[in-house]
Ligand binder design. Structure first.
Ligand SMILES: N[C@@H](CCC(=O)N[C@@H](CS)C(=O)NCC(=O)O)C(=O)O
Length: 223
């Protein structure tokens, strides 16, 4: 919405309020992440068309179609490619997600604590305290993250000399997914943590520049 310059207001939700709010908008239950979730954010309600749309890729495609005079997020011919890129970015996210779970847990509001513990224990079939990897498994996950950063860097470089973003000069949907992952790591991990250090130092600091150059304008807004 920022990239397109479309005005909006945000309704922040506790996790436990996501299903009832989505139902209220008329969004159907669906199987997300192997059926571990049925309702997710982001979702939008467009007062112009009275339509509710869930899933970030679907939202991006909807906005491109409904507001064709705005910057396209999924330009023609890039759907398949962006589906592949976002699948890899999600895989990258799931590689480090177990490390971040205890830190997410520490930020939760009181109403979400019980839900978060129970849902993640079911998801991983493990006691919550045993989900985050330790020792070699932790190191492997961090190395995988570093490798994946390099991989995404290679995709950007394949865009030609001077390319800063996956979308070239303007962010595309894959950039928003990737930047969200990086910003998530920065917000949820403590400064000086292995993941934060990896992110800051990998590929000669290119990811700090990526967020600054590509996304700082949009990440300032928190409401
Ligand atoms: N493919 C979906 C994934 C959305 C998703 O997983 N959202 C998470 C938060 S980032 C969520 O809504 N979680 C709800 C919960 O954990 O109950 C998208 O791109 O929108």
């Amino acid at each position: 919405l920022h990239i397109k310059g479309l005005p909006y207001t945000t309704k922040w939700l506790d996790l436990v309020d996501i299903p009832p709010e989505m139902k209220k908008l008329g969004i159907a239950s669906r199987e997300v992440w192997d059926g571990n979730l049925n309702y997710t954010v982001p979702s939008i309600f467009d007062p112009n068309t009275k339509r509710a749309v869930t899933d970030s890729f679907e939202i991006a495609k909807y906005l491109d179609a409904e507001y064709p005079a705005t910057t396209p997020i999924v330009p023609p011919g890039t759907r398949a490619l962006q589906a592949a890129m976002t699948a890899r970015i999600n895989e990258m996210m799931f590689g480090i997600w177990p490390i971040t779970l205890p830190h997410i847990f520490a930020t939760l509001g009181e109403r979400d604590v019980e839900y978060f513990r129970a849902s993640r224990e079911k998801w991983f079939s493990k006691k919550f305290e045993d989900i985050a990897p330790t020792g070699e498994k932790h190191e492997e996950a961090v190395k995988g993250f570093e490798r994946a950063l390099g991989e995404v860097g290679g995709w950007i470089d394949a865009g030609g000399p001077g390319a800063m973003l996956l979308g070239g000069d303007t962010p595309n949907h894959s950039d928003t997914e990737f930047a969200s992952l990086l910003i998530f790591v920065i917000k949820v991990e403590a400064e000086g943590s292995v993941l934060r250090k990896t992110l800051a130092n990998a590929d000669n600091g290119r990811w700090v520049r990526y967020i600054d150059v590509g996304f700082s304008e949009w990440t300032k807004r928190t409401t």
